[in-house]
Ligand binder design. Structure first.
Ligand code: ADP
Ligand code: MG
Length: 455
């Protein structure tokens, strides 16, 4: 296996396990520059990347590599020597690796996002599988496509992560855009809306922003749970909503929870969210999971055996994105070996994806994972130490006990050196708040969860 093939296959598996943004940030412009005597050297563009890969992603990289090739003992990260000289990095190792990273992403994001609508044509209704778990949301969407602004307004779709909300919302946008080309459609994530409001306040360009949004015929706004606590953004959205609504324009929202479960949401906005049709998306049953797998396999150009598909569908139950992740592993194997994996090979290949599911957390595992992640002693984490560097990790551990195990506050307080339940409650609230404000913490949290469930 050449350096490039190996790295490409490793990237294909890594990208399934971290967010798209993280993948692009940390794995862009990386490549394997040598593999010799059990040591692999990965070239990275700068010292910051090296730190990050070394400290946060090394495990992930090692796993990915070990899945593909035997006999690797060590992986080293080296800052690319020629990165200062732009002429070389244009075509040299840099250019190649960018291509590698790009290709690994091909299966997931090989479409151009439209500038005017911000929609990704990859999401269509043709490749959206409908089953009992999402038929209400789907039916409402179909009605809207026929008569935007006339039937369900707003449509509020909610459900857990990776269950197809974004896909459905974007597919509605794409369908309207192709059937009614004169309609102005705009897809916007709530993060993006928030940052444009913040920028408009700073640059005193609020009027422009308002008029931009108020010209829209179909506004699709994804993940509105992120508006929690963002007062100024909520206010802007409220006014935009009213203007559009009065003019009979269609508005579609998605969220990971129903409106009444979004914390720190202004009452008047909540009642707007609830004012039209609310449709939930649940978890697909076995038959639908199998149907989704078959659709995706066809899209990706792989045809795993019924046995393999059945195995995946029965083990991955709660997340469509993970079903895709499993297929992508099979695709990576096929690209490398020129043939599809046998059932036994497929099972080995899917080990990491699937094992995570059977794994359960317990307080001990959570405490260990947090301590390891922040490189502090478990004992310090669970005693009354007031050292500054343990305060945040301790709060995070408390939060995870609450979130992952639904532990009671008194239990959590007790577990952390006999503290009062109010201390535990405060810690959990603190972390929950911080998570809304810091993407960095969100990433840390997901890495800690990987540790809890991954071993
Ligand atoms: P959410 O926004 O709910 O977190 P996404 O819409 O991003 O989930 O879906 C995750 C992945 O699963 C996407 O790649 C999407 O295409 C796919 N997917 C989800 N639901 C379906 C479905 N019903 N049919 C086909 N693909 C689906
Ligand atoms: Mg989404």
């Amino acid at each position: 296996m050449t350096n490039e093939e190996l790295w490409q296959a490793a990237l294909a598996s890594i990208q399934l396990q971290i967010s798209r943004a993280n993948f692009a940030t940390w794995f862009k412009n990386t490549s394997i520059v040598s593999q010799k005597d059990g040591e692999i050297v990965v070239s990275v563009p700068n010292g910051f990347s090296r730190e990050w890969l070394q400290n946060k992603y090394n495990r992930l990289v090692s796993h990915a590599i070990h899945d593909l090739t035997k006999g690797v003992r060590e992986i080293r990260y080296e800052v690319e020597r020629s990165s200062a000289s732009s002429s070389r990095s244009d075509q040299g190792a840099n250019g190649r690796s960018e291509q590698a990273a790009g290709e690994a992403q091909l299966t997931l994001a090989d479409f151009r996002i439209s500038k005017s609508t911000n929609l990704n044509p990859r999401y269509s209704l043709d490749n959206f599988v409908v089953g009992p778990f999402n038929e209400l949301a789907h039916a409402a969407s179909m009605a809207i496509i026929k008569n935007p602004g006339q039937v369900y307004n707003p449509l509020f779709v909610y459900g857990g992560v990776g269950l197809g909300k974004t896909h459905l919302l974007q597919a509605v946008g794409n369908a309207i855009s192709s059937e009614m080309p004169d309609k102005k459609i705009r897809y916007v994530s709530s993060e993006r809306f928030t940052s444009s409001v913040v920028a408009a306040i700073r640059n005193k360009t609020m009027e422009q922003l308002r008029s931009l949004y108020r010209e829209i015929d179909v506004l699709v706004m994804d993940d509105v749970q992120f508006f929690a606590g963002k007062e100024k953004t909520q206010e802007e959205l409220f006014h935009t909503f009213n203007t559009l609504y009065e003019r009979g324009k269609q508005i579609i929202f998605s969220s990971d929870r129903p409106p009444k479960a979004i914390p720190a949401l202004e009452e008047r906005l909540r009642s707007r969210f609830e004012g039209g049709m609310i449709a939930d998306v649940g978890v697909p049953d076995f038959e639908t999971r199998l149907a989704i797998l078959k659709t995706k396999a066809q899209e990706l150009g792989v045809s795993p055996s019924e046995e393999t598909l059945g195995y995946i569908a029965s083990h991955i139950q709660r997340n469509v994105r993970e079903l895709e992740g499993a297929l992508n592993r099979i695709l990576a194997f096929q690209r490398l070996n020129g043939e599809e994996p046998s059932f036994t090979e497929a099972r080995t290949l899917l080990r990491t994806v699937i094992q995570n599911h059977g794994r359960q957390a317990n307080p001990q595992k959570i405490i260990r994972a947090v301590a390891e992640f922040y490189d502090i002693k478990e004992k310090e984490l669970i005693t009354a130490s007031r050292k500054k560097e343990v305060v945040k990790p301790r709060q995070i551990a408390m939060y995870l006990l609450r979130e992952e195990l639904k532990s009671s506050y008194p239990f959590i307080g007790e577990r952390f050196g006999g503290k009062d339940h109010t201390t535990a409650m405060y810690a959990c609230q603190r972390v929950a708040q911080e998570l809304l404000a810091s993407e960095f913490l969100v990433d840390e949290m997901s890495l800690i969860r990987q540790r809890i469930y991954g071993n």
